[in-house]
Design a protein around this ligand. Structure first.
Ligand code: G3H
Ligand code: 13P
Ligand code: ZN
Length: 325
């Protein structure tokens, strides 16, 4: 049976983005697949009083089961209320990289308050048509829609692009007008995963393209995918405890902070959370080889994740303290 996000206590992104653009910060969009991740996200965002977007990819949806996800999101709201002594930080449940109209419909029907329709791999006109169709449907339920123009290098679910196709500033105004999207994901050199730059390569994103885009659609909410910073202390820890990730490089926190001060109002982070959990789990299993209670390694993984998210909210995205603006 269809359920509305409103009855789950979730919110769409309209107010969040308006305040974020005005306040010069970005809302964290953290991916989750399981209970420890959702606990860490809600704890971190409640403790830093940050609004938050919980993101679910189609892979996560398959992994976690649709019904469980719906109840986890509802549980997240109740948990945030408990931590906030009756008052919860605003929480959006968002579909990450939706690739079909039907998937977006299924998510809206199961309580998502926001969906991304990622038509960036299609030719421009097809992207416009698909995005517009999702917008017309989703807006009927007050669900917000994120579109994408430009292609990020790297892997998104099953689609792999070898190189970036930067968003063309000339196209954004037309795309936003024709589709009616509520926010726009752009490609300016970020990419998915832990290997965003090659060793020796200049690890910088194109803030100049961002500025050009902002000139064409002033104040319109912009989204950055692929924005993990790949903290080198986590990489070293993973390698120290038996891993092999020494070439992993991410986006500089300084550049993300710069972007968050502008119309970038949603920053997507998944890989950093995976690294934090992996490093903590590896440490326990390596240093205590007889340990076999999952709580003894998932607990430290959750704590490490929470600290990572708090750091991002406070020092990178600047969303801390803005939950009740
Ligand atoms: O954009 C990709 C996100 O990190 C989700 O990754 O498709 O492996 O769940 P996933
Ligand atoms: P990262 O792989 O950089 O964490 O990006 C996540 C993302 O963009 C999810 O949509
Ligand atoms: Zn993404």
């Amino acid at each position: 049976m269809a359920v509305s996000y409103k009855s789950l206590g979730l919110v769409n992104t309209i107010e969040m983005f308006k305040k974020a653009v005005k306040g010069g910060y970005a809302i964290p969009a953290y991916n989750f697949n399981n209970m420890e991740q959702i606990q860490a996200i809600i704890q971190a965002c409640s403790e830093t009083a940050s609004p938050v977007i919980l993101q679910v990819s189609s892979g996560a949806r398959k992994y976690a089961n649709q019904t469980l996800l719906q109840y986890m999101a509802q549980g997240a709201v109740e948990y945030a209320k408990e931590l906030g002594k009756g008052k919860n930080v605003p929480i959006t449940l968002h579909l990450d990289h939706g690739d079909t109209f039907d998937l977006c419909v299924s998510c809206v029907e199961s309580g998502f308050s926001s969906v991304m329709i990622d038509g960036s791999h299609h030719p421009y006109d097809e992207n416009v048509a698909l995005t517009k169709k999702v917008v017309e449907y989703a807006h009927g339920y007050d669900v917000t829609v994120e579109g994408e123009l430009g292609v990020l290098a790297g892997v998104e679910d099953d689609v792999k692009a070898e190189a970036h196709t930067y968003t063309q500033p000339d196209e954004v105004e037309d795309f936003v007008k024709k589709t009616g999207v509520d926010s726009l994901a752009i490609s300016i050199g970020t990419s998915h995963g832990a290997y965003k730059f090659k060793p020796g390569q200049k690890a910088e994103i194109r803030l100049d393209i961002l500025r050009e885009i902002e000139k064409r659609i002033p104040g319109f909410p912009i989204v950055l995918h692929g924005s993990s910073s790949v903290p080198q202390d986590l990489i070293k820890k993973i390698d120290r405890f038996g891993g092999k990730m020494s070439d992993a490089i991410g986006i500089s926190e300084a550049q993300l902070r710069e972007a968050a001060k502008s119309a970038v109002c949603k920053i997507n982070i998944d890989s950093d959370g995976r690294l934090a959990m992996t490093a903590a789990i590896r440490e326990v299993l390596y240093t205590k080889p007889a340990e076999f209670d999952p709580r003894k390694y998932l607990g430290p993984a959750r704590d490490s994740l929470k600290e990572l998210y708090k750091h991002k909210n406070i020092n990178v995205l600047g969303s801390a303290g803005h939950a009740f603006d």
